[in-house]
Design a binder for this molecule. Structure first.
Ligand SMILES: Cc1cc2nc3c(=O)[nH]c(=O)nc-3n(C[C@H](O)[C@H](O)[C@H](O)COP(=O)(O)O)c2cc1C
Length: 220
């Protein structure tokens, strides 16, 4: 696929078919993605690939925690109050999503959205990204983000869908208990991976981007 079409064509996919992703394809995506840049080439990221029974177990335990309303305890601090321009962009996103879901007769309330996330959007594969807890979280997260974006683009280029989801790692102690080698790690995001349900309203609502001139300061 032409490179700009990959960047512009990728979108967050929040409804998947149950078709398994072949392990060889997941490996190919991660193999390409690992060429991401990192601080002094440290590549201080880890990824856990959950499929099959391991994925089902995580889904069940995560869903149970959501249903008990366990308090979220993300490993990384989240912004409490966003600048007005940023929250306006979120509001525009939510409005567009609600209009499309509403027109299709699907629920738009936050509880329904959380329930879909608790089901991992039906994805047959979940990638969980983390790094050693001795690392300064800012640049370790930055490096992981480059790796994650490469994963999302490489997956899209191969006809697969992804969604970066912080919500799905909001009980990191659960991950540290279930995932091998996860003690002493901090989790940054998860990524759902699979074949998109093409016509789903969750996968087709319009998203926008800020005008370039809102973000760029040209200095010459
Ligand atoms: C760090 C991060 C965390 C995210 N967490 C969630 C999440 O918990 N649930 C969700 O549905 N989408 C999540 N997203 C996806 C964003 O909502 C999405 O990228 C944004 O709305 C832009 O839409 P697009 O990816 O379709 O271009 C997350 C994205 C990032 C980068």
């Amino acid at each position: 696929m032409e490179f700009d079409s990959v960047i512009r064509g990728r979108r967050s996919i929040r409804a998947y078919t149950n078709e398994a992703v072949p392990e060889g394809l997941i490996r190919e995506i991660l193999d390409a993605a690992r060429w991401a840049p990192s601080w002094r080439n440290t590549q201080a990221w880890n990824v856990w690939v959950l499929t099959g029974e391991a994925l089902q177990r995580y889904r069940d335990e995560f869903r149970a925690a959501v249903e008990r309303d366990d308090p979220a305890a993300l490993d990384l601090p989240a912004t409490a109050e966003w600048p007005q321009a940023c929250s306006a962009r979120t509001a525009a996103l939510m409005k567009s999503r609600a209009a499309t879901l509403d027109a299709a007769g699907e629920p738009t309330d936050p509880a329904a959205a959380l329930a879909r996330m608790a089901d991992l959007f039906g994805a047959p594969c979940l990638l969980v990204f983390g790094f050693d807890d001795c690392l300064a979280e800012a640049y370790a997260s930055f490096d992981s983000g480059s790796f994650v974006q490469n994963v999302c683009l490489a997956a899209y280029d191969r006809g697969l869908g992804t969604c970066i989801v912080a919500t799905v790692i909001r009980y990191p102690d659960l991950l540290r208990r279930l995932l091998p080698g996860a003690e002493g790690k901090r989790f940054v995001v998860s990524v759902t991976l699979g074949s998109p349900v093409a016509e789903s309203p969750a996968n087709t609502f319009a998203r926008s981007r800020a005008d370039l001139d809102e973000l760029v300061t040209w200095v010459s």
